[in-house]
Write a protein that binds this ligand. Structure first.
Ligand code: ZN
Length: 348
């Protein structure tokens, strides 16, 4: 089996490490704690070459969705800026300390050129990403500071409402059409991100918000970790019209490995077959085109098929694509090339 380097659109390892109550999270990640889906030794083994490292600030005392077999977990709680900012800074510090402790093996990248360089040298390439902008004020003061710390990608909303817009509640069956569009502050955020060449992640945003962003943004439309609504009617997935808008903007959709966003029955089950992942990719490619589809695993943030298990199982997905007659050129595009191209188009 030939390992293909994977650059990935979404992981929550920083949250996993931040939630740990014992041990040192930095050395646990670098040396490998064997927990969850990601740590450096397992990423290396599976060909995980880099990706978007999300910072997600949970509301106080909140469980994450997908912890049980519910297709419709309760609605997420709200989160005020001071709490979100504290949690965001703590996870950002983890990211920076991992870089510092890695002795050159892990880099927080600020340009696509840096990512290419890391991939060529076998250095883990990380994008500092925020999932849900609760830590950002409407005047973007905290955004300016986070940008200087390396932030290069923002999802305006997670699956809850904030000052910028409305995320989709986790609902099945449902479309993404679950409420109002972007607020005025949300539209300002899109303009500001365009100005600063920050990537805007539309995953979790509801459909009206998506179209507001699509109308306003001058950047490629990107959904880092979402699937095809045509196959799994989860509120988190994208309609064919949304996929066509992504295609027309030269954007990207990253295949989410979360079983509840893959399965036709919306269940969070680990006995989900790789075949359904390939079917989503087939559909995403058919509608969005082979230049606008990549991977967005949701490792450490969701229940994923046991056929992958953790980062070491990535070659199983690649092998499933080969079995379905995906050529090596297309596999390389999906695995990393497409992400690099859209980052070049977005960041300049
Ligand atoms: Zn997410």
């Amino acid at each position: 089996m030939i390992t293909v380097p994977v650059f990935d659109g979404h992981n929550d390892v920083l949250l996993r490490l931040w939630l740990k109550t014992e041990g040192d999270p930095v050395s646990d990640f670098l040396n490998g704690d064997g927990l969850g889906h990601l740590d450096m030794p397992r990423m290396k083994k599976g060909g995980f070459a880099g990706g978007f490292f999300a910072i997600f600030a949970p509301a106080d005392g909140e469980d994450l969705p997908g912890d049980d077999d519910e297709v419709n977990p309760p609605l997420a709680g709200q989160l005020a800026l001071p709490s979100a900012l504290r949690k965001t800074l703590e996870m950002a510090a983890l990211l920076l300390r991992i870089e510092r402790g890695s002795q050159g093996k892990f880099k927080v990248c600020r340009t696509a050129g840096e990512i290419r360089d890391c991939l060529a040298k076998g250095v883990m390439a990380a994008i500092f990403h925020i999932e849900g902008a609760e830590a950002i004020d409407a005047d973007f003061k905290t955004l300016d500071v986070l940008y200087e710390s390396g932030l290069r990608s923002i999802g305006p909303v997670w699956s809850r409402t904030n000052i910028f817009g409305h995320g989709v509640p986790f609902r099945f069956p449902s479309t993404g059409d679950t409420g109002d569009g972007l607020t005025e502050a949300g539209k300002d955020l899109i303009r500001y991100c365009n100005e600063r060449h920050l990537l805007i992640d539309l995953s979790h945003l509801n459909e009206k918000g998506f179209w507001d962003a699509a109308k306003l943004s001058k950047a490629p439309l990107v959904a880092t970790h979402s699937n095809a609504l045509a196959i799994c009617s989860s509120s988190r997935n994208l309609s064919d019209d949304q996929l066509k808008a992504i295609r027309d903007s030269g954007g990207m959709v990253g295949l989410n490995f979360a079983s509840g966003f893959l399965r036709e029955d919306g269940r969070w089950r680990t006995d989900t077959q790789l075949d359904i992942m390939v079917r989503h990719l087939d559909h995403l490619i058919k509608v969005a085109g082979e230049n606008c589809v990549a991977l967005g695993s949701d490792f450490d943030g969701a229940r994923i098929p046991a056929a992958i298990g953790d980062a070491t199982g990535l070659p199983n997905l690649i092998e499933a694509l080969r079995e379905r007659q995906y050529g090596e050129k297309l596999i390389a595009k999906i695995a990393h090339e497409n992400w690099l191209s859209v980052l070049e188009r977005t960041w300049g």
